[in-house]
Design a protein. Structure first.
Length: 465
């Protein structure tokens, strides 16, 4: 666990002559304006004893508290080595703010020179900002700044004139080997007040449940609204009068490929919204999704929870708090074709369970069977004749995505096509939660859900009425 905090002196009676605490090096964030000129924004962050910082990234090191390998593309991956950071407050209500990018072992962070950058003053988006972009200096000269951190803006030396303004420091560094460098230094109160904002190359996106919308997070903690991809805008759908079905099929496959591997980048100004993570928020890092959950409840919510007693869920007319697999065993669920009981409890070590006793399901319709070769090869449900594949029914007990009641209740639905069983409430929630690529996924295995039938009602055949 990595924490950002001020150094504290050791307490003890033996240390009569205590040394002053060593100065903690600041964190430095560099946003190059382009990949050609020495024109960059460098921001210093200093220790804050009231917050903790946690980093997420692909590289397994002590700087990353959460290591997410992610899918590999060639020799690299879609997740950055230091992808994002979350700053958590130590005081109630314990707000957690997310920022794009993370710091390395040298406490430094640098975005790619060709990554997207945004000018809050003129609202322009560009991968490369020219040295003659006047909005940066105009924003620097505004006197409305508070003291908190330090920002440095380096430009190629053009003149030796002194800038006016008491809060803006101007000096020229002539000790550099590549020539003199002009500096403009200003104190700010919040990183979001910087005149230039930047995104990471792979991007960090967050879905907020209270807004039900995706935003891209910048390195300064600004949120920019983005639209989920639905179809490839570059492709024109085939005409309805076309008799060639292959062209229509190729268009459909191309649209699916576009929706599964691409996402939109922001084009508008930042939203007037703080990057605070709330319970149920989803973080997307290069196609890998993380869900943020918190157990913190305010005093009003805690009183409301304590006033309501947790009742045992009623399953097929029976009130029980036992595990889901135990409940299914008691119900004596049977295969409607082979007419034998199905086994839901885990096999003991060394025990061999026959394949026809392992529950399988057609996710397209929800009918549960025991495995049988002819049923699997037919790709059609023998009861309702719905086309689909026969897959193993997967139960997720004690999942943190489910409430306490849902963890002890028999699931009513199944995701299509993966076969994960889930409650009706969560099935509706995740089937309409579209990822930045425009597709809904299973929260357990991240498989894309079917476009037409994302989930089905689960049908179990048992002795109970």
């Amino acid at each position: 666990m990595q924490r950002i905090e001020a150094a504290r002196s050791r307490s003890g009676g033996d240390n009569q002559h205590e040394q002053p605490p060593a100065a903690v090096a600041p964190y430095q964030m560099c946003v190059p304006m382009n990949d050609k000129d020495p024109f960059a924004s460098v921001t210093e962050f200093h220790a804050d004893p009231s917050t903790d910082m946690f980093q997420i990234g692909r590289m397994p090191c002590r700087q990353n508290d959460f290591v997410i390998p992610g899918p590999r593309v060639g020799a690299s991956g879609t997740i950055s080595r230091y992808a994002a950071r979350i700053v958590c407050s130590r005081e109630p209500p314990y707000e957690c703010r997310i920022f794009a990018g993370g710091f390395d072992a040298a406490r430094r962070m640098t975005t790619a020179g060709h990554a997207f950058k945004h000018c809050p003053r003129c609202g322009a988006w560009a991968k490369r900002v020219a040295t003659d972009h006047t909005c940066v200096l105009q924003t620097l000269m505004e006197p409305s700044r508070n003291v908190a951190g330090k920002g440095f803006f380096g430009l190629v030396n053009k003149s030796n004139t002194t800038l006016l303004g008491e809060e803006v420091k101007h000096y020229i560094d002539e000790t550099r080997e590549d020539g003199p460098l002009e500096h403009f230094e200003v104190d700010i109160a919040d990183a979001r007040e910087l005149p230039v904002d930047g995104l990471t190359k792979n991007g960090v996106r967050v879905w907020l449940p209270e807004r039900k919308q995706w935003f891209e997070v910048s390195v300064n903690g600004r949120l920019y609204a983005i639209e989920s991809r639905t179809v490839d805008e570059k492709e024109t759908p085939p005409s309805s009068t076309s008799s060639n079905g292959s062209s229509r099929r190729r268009h459909h496959e191309g649209a699916l490929r576009s929706r599964s591997g691409a996402f939109n980048r922001p084009t508008a100004n930042a939203e007037d919204l703080a990057p605070i993570l709330t319970d149920g928020a989803v973080i997307d890092l290069g196609g890998v999704q993380l869900q943020f959950q918190t157990n913190y409840r305010s005093e009003l919510d805690a009183k409301a929870d304590n006033s309501e007693l947790l009742e045992a869920p009623v399953v097929y007319g029976r009130a029980t708090l036992s595990s889901v697999s135990t409940q299914l065993e008691r119900l004596n669920v049977q295969c409607p074709v082979q007419l034998h009981s199905l086994r839901f409890t885990r096999a003991s070590p060394g025990e061999d369970v026959p394949l026809d006793q392992i529950p399988h399901v057609f996710p397209a319709c929800g009918h549960v069977f025991g495995y049988e070769k002819r049923i699997a090869r037919s790709h059609t449900c023998p009861l309702c004749r719905t086309p689909g594949s026969l897959v193993q029914l997967l139960l997720k007990e004690n999942s943190q995505l489910q409430s306490a009641e849902e963890q002890h209740a028999i699931p009513e639905c199944v995701f299509n096509p993966c076969g994960h069983a889930i409650s009706t409430k969560l099935a509706h929630h995740y089937s309409v939660l579209l990822m930045p690529n425009g597709r809904a996924i299973c929260p357990f295995c991240a498989v894309h859900l079917d476009l037409r039938v994302p989930f089905s009602r689960l049908y179990l055949y048992c002795d109970s009425d």
